[in-house]
Design a protein around this ligand. Structure first.
Ligand code: SAH
Ligand code: SF4
Ligand code: F3S
Length: 443
């Protein structure tokens, strides 16, 4: 060990849930090396920026953060923390980062972060290290066993994407679709539950494309995996995200009616309500085809909460095409949804398409979209008032005796009373806003 070997670390994640999962695993790796986590970034000897490349804004944050770490983290002796850039920007722009930011000593892509400790050691010895290879499966096998986790935990089951939507960087930053083996996932889920998890959210860029072989050698999809995880006694809730409409198979739809641990929530992005735009996005489904899937899920699980993702201002999007997006929102009646302004990403086909939309047009469309989605989430939450449901307690609230948790429909519920983290308590839902509900603990 050299004198400059870091003793404390701080991992900051910027991206999707899988990025958060990766951040947790990197923290576990560093802890296994004997380093301790520092809550504040300024106090850490090693700062890992776990980056996201999905939209321009997310990418810009990396460089501004590097500048801030150098400024705020400078020690009395003039030294600065060791900076490692991980995640999807590292994968896409590793060389540029190394050239532009001399303070960055490690660049590690999302498929190579099991090598982080070795790379940090190299950097601590005075070098710089870059690793953006995509070796299939090497990463997970090299990670330490999960130990202590919160009541709700993430489990990456599938990575990468072969769909190549024309606006999206994920197929380039995360590589080809890859399913982790069934047995590994059952083992990791067991470790998570032993570590305190009561809910597991299965993650994948296309999580419902997951496929594997069960212990008897039968081919199973995500529904089969959820069935197997349901056998873990102390696991009470199973969720999954994000799904692609084309991979929403019969078994998974049926599982929403038959697997009691599978929560009544489905995040199924559609992006646009216009078939012309969907085609230009290479989404390989129509607006109607998408709505038919929602109908089938509602048929087996009438109370299901639906969620989606939307992009406004895709190149060439007309006012009439945008109106079709508002129509599909009316038809779908989402419980919640995410909406984004189109962001031209370098290297994607859409970035060079004709008809790029002016920012002010995008702003205006986003506002209208947002208003429609807010209206529907408020309606969904209001319709829940009067229901009695189980709430998984995840956090302490701001006020004394207050707790925050999630309903089966993934609504945030706050209540006061006698509870503890990780409890599954019964609550009457008594008041609703667009983003949360208040509940009364059932004695
Ligand atoms: N694999 C998932 C999630 C991909 S990223 C899926 O296909 O659903 C999450 C969301 O970011 C996407 O659903 C999309 O709505 C949005 N997104 C992706 N690329 C974007 C871009 N270039 N500009 C704006 N939003 C984008
Ligand atoms: Fe991106 Fe499309 Fe793949 Fe989702 S399905 S990750 S939006 S390319
Ligand atoms: Fe961002 Fe990479 Fe996730 S680009 S959204 S962190 S897969």
């Amino acid at each position: 060990m050299t004198a400059s070997t870091p003793r404390t670390f701080h991992v900051k994640s910027f991206g999707c849930q899988m990025n958060v999962y990766d951040g947790e695993r990197m923290a576990e790796l560093l802890a296994a090396e004997g380093m301790t986590a520092a809550d504040a970034r300024e106090d850490a000897d090693l700062v890992v920026l776990n980056t996201c490349h999905i939209r321009e804004k997310a990418t810009e944050k990396v460089y501004s953060d590097i500048g801030r770490i150098i400024k705020e983290g400078r020690r009395e002796d003039g030294s600065v923390p060791l900076i490692a850039v991980a995640g999807c920007v590292a994968q896409a722009e590793g060389e540029e980062i190394m050239a532009r930011a001399p303070a960055v000593r490690v660049v590690v892509g999302p498929q190579a972060y099991h090598r982080l400790p070795a790379m940090v050691a190299e950097a601590a010895a005075g070098g710089r290290a870059t690793e953006t290879d995509m070796p299939a499966e090497a990463k997970f096998a090299a990670l330490p066993k999960r130990r202590k986790v919160g009541a709700s935990a993430f489990l990456t089951v599938q990575e990468g994407c072969d769909k190549f939507c024309t606006y999206c960087v994920v197929p380039y930053t995360r590589g080809a679709e890859l399913s982790r083996p069934y047995a590994d996932l059952v083992a990791e889920a067991r470790a998570l539950v032993e570590g305190g998890a009561r809910e597991i959210t299965l993650l994948g860029q296309n999580v419902n494309a997951w496929a594997g072989e069960d212990e008897r050698g039968r081919h199973v999809g995500l529904a089969g995996l959820a069935e197997a995880l349901g056998q873990i006694e102390d696991l009470t809730r199973i969720r999954y995200t994000t799904s692609h409409p084309m991979d929403m198979d019969d078994a998974l739809i049926e599982a929403h009616g038959s697997n009691p641990k599978l929560m009544p929530f489905l995040h199924l992005p559609v992006q646009s309500g216009s078939d012309r735009v969907l085609k230009a996005m290479n989404r390989s489904h129509s607006a109607d085809g998408y709505l038919r899937i929602l109908e089938r899920v509602r048929a087996v699980r009438p109370d299901i909460a639906l969620s989606g993702d939307f992009i406004v201002g895709f190149p060439g999007e007309t006012e009439a095409e945008f109106a079709e997006t508002l129509q599909i929102i009316d038809a779908a009646r989402y419980a919640q949804a995410f909406s984004f302004k189109y962001s031209a990403r370098p290297g994607t086909p859409a970035a060079t398409m004709d008809g790029q939309i002016a920012p002010e047009v995008m702003d205006e469309r986003l506002q209208r979209l947002h208003a429609a989605l807010q209206r529907d989430s408020l309606a969904f939450n209001k319709a829940s008032v009067g229901r009695r449901c189980a709430v998984l307690v995840e956090r302490k609230g701001r006020h004394a005796g207050q707790w925050l948790g999630k309903s089966p429909w993934l609504q945030s519920v706050h209540f006061t009373g006698d509870a503890a983290l990780g409890d599954l308590v019964e609550v009457d839902l008594i008041e609703a806003g667009p983003n949360s509900l208040s509940g009364r603990l059932v004695a």
